[in-house]
Design a binder for this molecule. Sequence first.
Ligand SMILES: Cc1cc2nc3c(=O)[nH]c(=O)nc-3n(C[C@H](O)[C@H](O)[C@H](O)COP(=O)(O)OP(=O)(O)OC[C@H]3O[C@@H](n4cnc5c(N)ncnc54)[C@H](O)[C@@H]3O)c2cc1C
Length: 322
Amino acid sequence: MQKEILIIGAGQCGLATARFLQKKNKDFLILEKYNHIGDNWRKRYHSLRLFTPTTYSSLPDLPLEILQNARPTKDQIADYFERYAHHFELPVALRHEVTSITKSGQVFTVVTSQGTFTADEVVIASGFCERPQFPDWAAHLGVPHIHSMDYKNPISIKGNKVLVVGAGNSAAQIAAELVNHFEVHWSTRRKPKFFPLYLFGKNVLVLADKLGKLDKPISEKKLKRGEPIFRYGDLTTQLKKAKKKKDVVKAEGKTLTFESGEAETYDFILFATGFKPNFDFIQITGLVCKNFFNFFVWYFFYRCFCYFIKCSLFSIKIYKSI
Ligand SMILES: Cc1cc2nc3c(=O)[nH]c(=O)nc-3n(C[C@H](O)[C@H](O)[C@H](O)COP(=O)(O)OP(=O)(O)OC[C@H]3O[C@@H](n4cnc5c(N)ncnc54)[C@H](O)[C@@H]3O)c2cc1C
């Protein structure tokens, strides 16, 4: 099938791009690997709520209709994305996983699990949470373990003594949930940095936006410092029940050795150690996207949902410039 534009991924970037192209009367199609729009959100852990309040989680032209300052649950956002596509009758080919994109002359060939498409332009909106990231020592581990992308609720965990690894928000939220059920140790490479999610009764993203901070790219210095853990509700009280541990330097079977020299054995390890994007399907010689990583980190922290269109245009620009 020939299309003017193919969009890879029906997440928020893909949908917002689609709406933008629809208004320009473009001939496009979204290719999505899952059975339903929003499944990438639905499969995340059950207690997950967005940091971004409703106003910052809405896509163009159809606001997410829940309380303005509420934080949507993962299922609310998934259902909203699905409704958004239906409302605007956006053309989406579900269960079409893109396995390769090549380019010959001015034509892109996109191979999917259900057939081949050609297009003049391709927008990569396949996200950056596709591949779980593990520390090197995980390769030598003889303890049952999962990545946060497979964690659902405390039933996902086996045994009594659990190590949660990671210094980000998922690690903190999951550890805080597990302390009610297990002996939890929490290993972080750097000291966790907390930042209140609400200041003067307002979500910090709303305040940052009012101060014009959301439009500024994040500095290299801030990037190196890593993401803050957003503090809300009883998160920090719960986390006090977890035993803090330094970075793991070695794993041998069931025994882990920490930077401090201490060694401990665990029944189960939960890695909340982040994700890597998966762009392996882009098989175009000479395509170098050096700035993808910085761009994604910046966009995750500073613009979140309201940056979709610019993000998509960025992708279009890259492909147009090939
Ligand atoms: C635990 C967690 C909590 C988060 N909380 C927040 C939050 O509170 N606020 C916030 O703004 N952001 C949050 N994020 C980040 C947010 O998920 C990303 O910013 C956002 O998903 C990126 O949108 P996207 O459209 O680029 O990609 P995604 O939402 O990842 O969408 C990509 C789409 O592409 C599809 N796809 C991937 N590969 C292929 C392929 N080969 N073929 C076909 N389809 C493909 C996927 O199935 C998916 O539907 C969170 C992320 C995680 C992991």
